[in-house]
Design a protein around this ligand. Structure first.
Ligand code: GUN
Length: 284
């Protein structure tokens, strides 16, 4: 079984990003700037936010995290984001999810100006992605496509099954797979016989957010399995939505957790930030 490790891909990518960052600095006379907005203290979000910041700094970007308490009024956060939208020194803005319950996701999606929306969650990006038009692509699905490309996993003509329909992963992933000429089976919590669907997949992408949902019996022999889940086990280890040891006996290739999808997401976030920065420069 081939382990689809992110490291060889991110190492190469980070060298290219650091070089492009230097090019940006020499043209703009300032570093590209990413601002992360964190509301509340969800422990996983605090760690992710820190990791994003460390990577940004290591590539030569400027990075800021704006922290709000979980009790912050949505209007207060919205007004801060509006001022970031208007700030010419801010290239990329990311609102870390999950947000407290007082925030309405259907409204928040519209807050970040699409030209600075490095998460690519704005409906304009999702719409363009669904139509196969150029746009920012959400970082996790874009990272998965790069990982599959690096390991020369064929997609066109294959059956891809996606488990999960979040706007962060499942929906954009389905659009990308369709654009890459896969036949797409899209499953979710109301799919009656999930196993019957996943067993048809040459390419199984699991983003359900349920630890161990997928055991060996869900996997077609020699399928390629991508595990987007990340969970803390009672033994304080990290695990995905797929039961790795038994899946590894059936799959021909699979992403580990950690070390598979996660680092790719961060790398693509940096790439989107740099694209947003060059975009600003070209329009100024
Ligand atoms: N929470 C979990 N994954 C993500 C992501 O890719 N972007 C944001 N903004 N929040 C997340």
């Amino acid at each position: 079984m081939l382990e689809l490790l992110a490291k060889p891909v991110t190492q190469k990518k980070n060298e290219i990003l650091a070089k492009k960052c230097r090019e940006f600095i020499s043209r703009a006379h300032r570093p590209p700037q990413l601002t992360v907005v964190l509301v509340g203290e969800d422990p996983a979000s605090v760690i992710y936010t820190r990791k994003k910041g460390e990577m940004a700094v290591s590539l030569g970007f400027e990075h800021k995290t704006l922290c709000f308490p979980a009790t912050a009024a949505p209007e207060e956060v919205k007004s801060k984001i509006q001022s970031l939208n208007e700030d010419p020194l801010v290239d990329g803005i990311l609102i870390q999810r999950p947000l407290p319950k007082s925030f309405r996701e259907d409204e928040v999606l519209f807050w970040v100006d699409p030209s600075k929306d490095v998460d690519a969650f704005h409906p304009i990006h999702m719409g363009r992605l669904s139509l196969g038009l150029p746009c920012f692509v959400p970082c996790t699905p874009a990272g998965i496509m790069e990982l599959l490309k690096h390991y020369q996993i064929p997609i066109a003509g294959k059956t891809a099954c996606i488990v999960g329909r979040s706007s962060i992963v499942g929906r954009p992933m389905a659009a990308l797979m369709l654009a890459a000429n896969a036949t797409v089976i899209h499953c979710h919590s109301h799919t009656p016989d999930l196993r019957a669907m996943t067993r048809q997949a040459d390419l199984l992408i699991v983003a359900a957010g349920k630890r161990g949902l997928i055991d060996g019996s869900f996997i077609k022999k020699d399928a390629v399995v991508v595990d987007v889940g990340i969970h803390r086990t009672p033994e304080s280890k990290l695990a995905g939505d797929v039961l790795y040891p038994e899946a590894a006996k059936i799959a021909s290739a699979m992403t580990p957790v950690p070390g598979g999808v996660g680092p790719m997401t961060i790398a693509l976030l940096m790439e989107n930030t740099l694209s947003a920065a060059f975009g600003q420069l070209d329009h100024s």
